[in-house]
Design a binder for this molecule. Sequence first.
Ligand code: ZN
Length: 199
Amino acid sequence: MNTPTLNQPEEPYWFKCADCNVSLHIYANNFDEAKIKAIKCHWTTYITDDGDWLWKCPDCSDKIKNVITEKIKTHQTIDVTEKNKIFDRLSSLLSYKPGWSNGEGIAFTKETVDLAKNLCNLAINHGMINLSISAGISGEILISSYLENNITIELFAESDNTITYAFAKDDKYIEYDDKTSIDIIKQKLNIINLMYNNV
Ligand SMILES: [Zn+2]
């Protein structure tokens, strides 16, 4: 029989804000548990292209909310009542003419629509089935996914075909990453699936 982990002493883990150098000191049984505790303390996490984790303190993370709020101010939400209609609705964005939103709104490109479909597939494959779409006047498409525990994942297929990612819990943004890649999104969704979707 293995020794129960209950009796193992917790070890200290340090998290340092990448923006302001404030540190967070957490005791946990292992690094994965320490990361979850840091996130619960409203620390933001980023995964770099090298696979390293970077962190931001709550104060520096709060700036994210303003960025996102500004970003989606002009979005029109597309009501998708049936999940299997999401892809049809994404395709339908190709028929939007310039000026589709009260004279504003540029046309959507096939590349952006395809990227949005790709992101939808990724979200669905990671157990995120409660999705909604909104269309931005700058030609970007937002896919929002609503998880248990009041978590929202926002994936933007940008008009320049880059990806923006945001993670919110209890209406508070705790992670934001722009110009990120499909591979990084996969890593993030894997972690989210493990940490939140199956509990
Ligand atoms: Zn900070």
